[in-house]
Structures are given as C-alpha cells and as structure tokens.
Design a protein around this ligand. Structure first.
Ligand SMILES: Nc1nc2c(c(=O)[nH]1)N[C@H]1C(S)=C(S)[C@@H](COP(=O)(O)O)O[C@H]1N2
Ligand SMILES: [Mo]
Length: 234
C-alpha cells in the first residue's frame, strides 16, 4: 500500500488538469492529459508494470504480473451480507443471461479506448441470486492477484451497465485484460473495473479499495470525479 503523500501528489496533479480545463476547454485538457499521462501514470503505479497494449489500452497490474486462472479452476465467491452465499464456476457464469454493450474505456490518467464491445453477466443478477440482506450498503471486491480491491455502493452495483465481464471484442476476456472474469463498470474510470475478479462481499459500508487509498475518488464517474472534465463515455 503506497503512503499518503503519493495519493496527495496525484490529487494535486489532477486538480491542475481541471484548472487547465477551465482555461482552454475540456478538449484541450484531454489533449494535455494525454501528453502528461506517462508522468501521471508513474505516480499511482509505482508498483506497476505499464505496457502500452494493442488498440490503445495499457495493461495495468499493481501486482506486477498477470495471475493465472483457467476457466476450469476459476471461482467467484459471493458472500458477506447475503442470504445465499455462493461460489460460481466459470461455466456457471457462462450459462447466465449475457449483457452486451459498446462503450469507451477511460483511465483516469487520460487515455481512452473508444467503442469497446463488452459482454458479461449483470452484477445485479448475481446480487438478486444471492439475496442481499437489508443491512447491506456496498460491495467489497477482491482480485486473485491478491493485491487489487475495489468497492461499489449497492446502488452503483445494481446499474444495468455494471457487469461481471467474460468477453471483450467478441472473444473471451484475455488474461492481460483481467480474464477469465473481471468487473466492468461502464460509467466509471478504469480503476473501478477490477481485473481477475475473485470475490464479492456485501458490506454495511463502503470499504475503499486500492486506488482510493492512492488518492482517487471512491465514486469514479467519468467526467465528474477526480477533478477531471472529461466528456462522458459514449
Ligand atoms: N487487478 C487489477 N485490476 C485493475 C488494475 C490493476 O492494476 N489490477 N488497474 C485498473 C486500472 S487503473 C485500469 S485503467 C484498468 C486497465 O485495464 P486494462 O489493463 O485491461 O487495460 O484496470 C483496472 N483494474
Ligand atoms: Mo487506470
């Protein structure tokens, strides 16, 4: 876990971009963010190997590698404040109704990949199946990289554009992009889309995750959070 000064540096950097947005307009600020991205990215990801990847994506891994689960040994547990805790296999998830959407993918550091086709299971379907207890207010999600964590409020998690993703670009999700299963939170910055998803625990309050401990907003809305003036994702 990085310490507080790192987090503050990021916040200051992002606020600076917000000021530029006022002076030059949001488009210019986006362009500047692109130029500055390599510097910005080094801050939150002191632990990270950043590799520019195909199609404008950058691979992120705070654990410094790509953990491996095959579809055969993959498991997703749903527990905490639920009536029916459950462990899903990959085959269980693949058999559930599939949601598809084409949306931009945007990292808070400025890079954006337009019109990415995603497919997966609505998180709300898994929550309904689990029977969320009345005391539950939020979700704490874990990754089988053993490092990254993310939170969502229950209301955010129930949105129809928040999925447990199994596919990207019409193919099974690749290992580098968080396969076999990752979160995909369409309206929020990329850090909310936890890769290599392994667990969902219903909690009575928001438990800030890795990126929030490193200075990012718990609510990661594109264009509204983290002091950025990005256009909303399409
Ligand atoms: N497990 C894990 N999930 C993660 C990250 C990470 O480092 N580890 N990085 C996040 C960030 S900051 C972004 S922008 C996206 C990047 O997704 P990609 O690696 O598929 O491009 O993954 C998010 N999910
Ligand atoms: Mo990111």
């Amino acid at each position: 876990m990085a310490d507080a000064p790192v987090g503050r540096r990021i916040v200051v950097g992002l606020l600076g971009l917000g000021v530029l947005g006022v002076a030059f307009g949001a488009r210019a600020a986006n362009g500047i963010a692109e130029l500055m991205a390599p510097i910005e990215e080094r801050d939150p990801t002191g632990l990270t190997g950043l590799i520019p990847a195909a199609g404008g994506f950058r691979y992120y891994s705070i654990s410094g590698g790509e953990p491996l689960r095959t579809p055969q040994d993959y498991r997703l547990t749903v527990g905490g404040l639920v009536e029916r805790p459950r462990t899903y296999t990959y085959a269980d998830l693949a058999a559930l109704p599939r949601t598809r959407m084409v949306r931009d993918f945007q990292c808070v550091t400025g890079w954006r990949v337009p019109s990415v086709p995603w497919s997966g299971v609505r998180l709300s379907d898994l929550l309904d199946a689990a029977g969320v207890a009345p005391a539950a207010r939020a979700l704490a999600c874990t990754s089988f990289d053993g490092a990254d964590t993310e939170s969502l409020t229950l209301d955010q998690a129930r949105r129809p554009d928040v999925i447990v993703a199994l596919g990207m670009y019409g193919k099974p999700l690749t290992r580098a992009h968080g396969g076999p299963v990752r979160l995909y939170v369409a309206p929020m910055y990329g850090y909310k889309s936890l890769k290599w998803l392994s667990g969902i625990t219903l909690t009575d309050r928001v438990v800030p995750g890795f990126w929030e401990h490193n200075g990012y907003d718990v609510d990661g809305w594109v264009g509204r959070s983290n002091g950025r003036g990005d256009a909303p994702t399409s």
